[in-house]
Design a protein around this ligand. Structure first.
Ligand code: FAD
Length: 440
């Protein structure tokens, strides 16, 4: 998670995979135009809806009113980007050919082809696309769900930024450095791409705030990781840049260390069987993802991790009119490091939309092969690292390249143009952590 890997994909009709041809049963279809219902408006669901727009009756259901370009949630914390850049409203992205419902799915009844929504409505479908994504996995750690801040939504980023400002506001300029540090200690759980991208942003923001507010000493940002290295899912070339950035941003890295408890103002970590309690202004949990609870309750074939087993066509194994993709699906032929990434999800969306159209018209369904081509991580407010074409490069240039790459990945041409122009003309500088009364 947290890495940008550019993918190539190509039609694979020559691949030795069984291709499924649709066989619609007229007895189980709805009346009138065939109805495709897409659950979830993330990378998988939104991009499927955009591609299916104009191809029959399409409904997208999402519990949020906006899409979220998660790879830039760190830049939103630091104020380098604004909410409208990375979280455009569905109403602005979708045209009238897609019916959009802002509600939470509470149950999916696959036998009766019904989706139950929180507001009480039932939706019937001919084809269902499951794209509900994951939720934060606290792995049963005591107090983690209650007292740590997850990092998956805009509101989580808002909460984190607000907590940092409030913590700074409570520190008087004449406080001794050791007391300042105790009051301004932040712990990030997990040193995957999310953990390192977030911790370097936080450290840079705090460093800047110290200068502006003339505080003594420095803050403390820790990253706690159970494994033996940072960004375990990435290659050594990019890890070198990540380690260098962590060092430069003064982020303390604790590998082979696990969090055993989170309480309102502290976190307890364990390393070499020894436990240490650390006072913390906030604990941010980027430690893991699990499948959406709606999917956990669904009776379809799944793997050991609860991911839905899909055919190469992205149909579920149990129901040929039900497709699953993105973070909830296990696609055996994808490169393992691509699992749980946005780009796998959004490229799967193009396959699903083609296959839904083929299924409804009685055509032949296809498969695609997804390949990994590169990685990009933001490292603090000034730098990034990019791996493209087998070559890694870092620094401010990589930061610019990352912004350019992500502009091209945003949904719809119209939104891309607006955001690209805004970044080009108005800049992408971080917004300082000013005292609450004088926020701009
Ligand atoms: C902070 C962060 C940074 C990331 N950075 C990167 C990166 O740099 N590169 C990369 O490749 N990947 C990155 N990822 C991973 C990437 O975001 C996911 O792999 C991708 O979003 C999966 O897409 P999805 O559509 O399956 O799920 P999601 O994007 O999570 O979408 C699921 C959608 O379903 C909706 N939903 C959930 N439950 C319900 C319900 N009950 N009813 C209705 N709607 C519901 C959600 O609101 C959401 O809109 C990052 C993830 C995070 C959290």
């Amino acid at each position: 998670m947290g890495s940008e890997r550019v993918l190539a994909y190509y039609d694979c009709s020559h691949c030795p995979v069984p291709l499924i041809t649709s066989a619609l049963n007229p007895n189980t279809m709805t009346n009138g135009p065939k109805h495709t219902v897409i659950l979830g408006g993330g990378f998988a669901g939104l991009f499927t809806a955009l591609e299916l727009s104009g191809k029959g009756r399409v409904t997208l259901v999402c519990d949020e009113d906006h899409f979220l370009f998660t790879p830039m949630l760190y830049e939103y914390v630091s104020g380098e980007v604004e909410a409208w850049h990375i979280a455009p409203k569905y109403g602005e992205l979708l045209d009238e050919d897609v019916n959009w419902i802002n509600d939470a799915v509470v149950e999916v009844d696959l036998e009766n082809r019904l989706v139950k929504l929180a507001a009480g409505k039932n939706l019937s479908y001919d084809v269902l696309v499951l794209a509900l994504g994951g939720v934060t996995n606290y792995a049963g750690v005591e107090g983690a769900e209650e007292y740590s801040i997850p990092f998956r939504k805009l509101r989580h980023a808002d909460q984190l930024r607000q907590t940092m400002i409030e913590a700074l506001d409570h520190v008087a300029p004449d406080l001794p450095p050791q007391d300042v540090q105790r009051a301004l200690t932040f712990v990030v759980v997990g040193a995957g791409a999310s953990g390192v991208e977030l911790s370097t942003k936080m450290a840079d923001l705090l460093h800047d705030a110290f200068k502006r507010r003339a505080l003594r000493g420095e803050s403390r940002v820790l990253v706690v990781e159970m494994g033996d290295r940072v960004v375990p899912g990435m290659g050594d070339e990019i890890r070198t840049f990540v380690e260098d950035a962590l060092l430069k941003s003064h982020v303390e890295v604790h590998t082979l260390t696990r969090v055993v408890r989170v309480s309102p103002n502290s976190v307890t970590i364990e390393h070499n069987h020894q436990q240490t309690e650390i006072e913390a202004a906030a604990v941010v949990w980027t430690g893991g993802v699990r499948v959406n609870p709606i999917i956990e309750r669904l009776s379809v074939e799944k793997n050991m991790r609860g991911l839905i087993m899909v055919e190469p066509t992205l149909q579920t194994r149990s129901y040929e009119n039900v497709f699953a993709l993105g973070d909830i699906a296990f696609y055996p032929s994808a490169t393992p490091t691509l699992a749980g990434t946005a780009q796998l999800a959004f490229q799967q969306a193009s396959l699903v939309s083609d296959n839904v159209a083929a299924f409804l018209s009685g055509g032949k369904l296809k498969s695609k092969h997804f390949e990994e081509l590169g990685e990009a991580v933001s490292l603090g407010t000034e730098r990034a690292a990019v791996l493209a074409g087998g070559k890694a490069f870092g620094g401010p240039l990589a930061r610019q390249a990352r912004f350019a790459l992500y502009t091209s990945r945003l949904p719809t041409w119209h939104h891309r143009l607006k955001v690209g122009a805004s970044w080009f003309f108005e800049g992408t500088e971080a917004r300082p952590l000013l005292p609450l009364g004088i926020q701009r």
